[in-house]
Design a protein around this ligand. Structure first.
Ligand code: AHG
Ligand code: MN
Ligand code: MN
Ligand code: MN
Length: 332
């Protein structure tokens, strides 16, 4: 039926969500409402970001997070806004955030979903007006409704995600997400306060000629990573590294490319966190026909043990990831 066709560009997020929900007769609408609540928080954070320089919310917040990072004021502001929107929305019973050691209970113990999030990705770019993002990952809870959420709700593993996505606060603000039936992109029109569908059924090109990594860590990289990057250079590929995972990822999603965060001396499992960076972006890239590995293992197959555990991330065009695997195999 016409619902299975890609929706016409220009559909609002609300209408898109309703059409998609209509395709699933048993859908009860809670996930739809949760996505709306995330979109509302995105609009609010977008406004905070656009006026950060005028509201003295740039710079260090003056505290460290569980990652040992100096929290930026906008890390904290975005965290508060997303938590408040999810609390008020009522669909999520608990939240895991990069910025909080323990899970946050929303008080909605009847909520069917839990959300893991990176409220502000690319914090090092906040004060220099470079694109930043938010990443979210949604699970249906496994603990009984009406009770408090548990660790198990968050440690189900990447393949149990029911939805995942990100917001990119860039030259335009975009919301990109999937509920497991393809990747849709929405562009925010702030004069109307609406997200409009700009791309539906996004597929990442199988091949690309862009590699994204922080080559400052070259001397720490495993031999097989250096082998692959040397191959890229011999092929005169383009190096592009923005320092905001969401921005590098989004460019590669549309143009083809590979993002690499290998193990380093500072972070033996890489810097990126599995539950709210690796898993959601791996979920999306597989929906878009790409690949995401942590090494020999697919990111989504990693069995999680800790809320803030890190994992190496090699993610993007399938043929580029395959070339990386070939280098890995050569090293044995
Ligand atoms: P976050 O700002 O959420 O802590 O994430 C930052 C991540 C990612 O966005 C980016 O690609 C990477 O850190 C940059 O790390 P390096 O500065 O070590 O390259
Ligand atoms: Mn991040
Ligand atoms: Mn962050
Ligand atoms: Mn951080």
């Amino acid at each position: 039926n016409e619902n299975t066709l890609a929706s016409p560009v220009g559909t609002t997020l609300d209408r898109y969500i309703m059409r998609k929900q209509a395709e699933f007769p048993f859908a009860t609408g809670e996930l739809s409402q949760l996505l709306r609540d995330i979109a509302l928080a995105a609009k609010i954070v977008n406004r905070e970001i656009n006026r950060a320089g005028l509201m003295d919310i740039t710079g260090n917040y003056g505290a460290q997070n569980v990652q040992g990072e100096q929290q930026q004021k906008l890390d904290v502001v975005a965290n508060i806004r997303f938590i408040r929107a999810l609390k008020n929305g009522g669909e999520a019973c608990a939240i895991l955030s990069e910025e909080d050691d323990e899970i946050i209970y929303t008080g909605n113990d009847q909520g069917r979903y839990v959300v893991a999030m990176d409220p502000l990705d690319g914090s090092s770019n906040i004060d220099v007006n470079v694109s930043i993002g938010t990443i979210f990952s949604i699970y249906r809870r496994v603990s009984p409704m009406g009770s408090k959420a548990t660790r198990e709700d968050f440690l189900q593993g990447g393949r149990k995600q029911v939805a995942a996505g990100y917001i990119l606060y860039g030259s335009s603000t975009m919301l990109v997400y999937s509920t497991g039936h393809g990747v849709a992109c929405f562009t925010y029109e702030h004069s109307l306060g609406e997200f409009f569908l700009s791309h539906d059924g996004v597929q990442i090109p199988a091949q690309g000629t862009t590699f994204s990594c922080n080559e400052g860590n070259w001397l720490d990289y495993p031999e097989w990573v250096r082998c692959y990057l040397t191959q890229c250079k011999e092929r005169r590929y383009t190096g592009r590294y923005i320092g905001s995972l969401v921005a590098d990822y989004h460019r590669n999603l549309f143009k083809g490319g590979i993002y690499l965060y290998p193990p380093t001396a500072k972070n033996l499992n890489g810097k990126l966190r599995l539950l709210y960076e690796g898993y959601p972006l791996a979920f999306l890239i597989e929906q878009a026909g790409g690949k995401a590995l942590a090494g020999t293992e697919a990111v989504l197959d990693i069995v999680p043990t800790d809320y803030h555990q890190r994992a190496p991330l090699f993610i993007g065009s399938s043929e580029m990831v395959d070339d990386l695997v070939a280098c890995m195999a050569q090293e044995g």
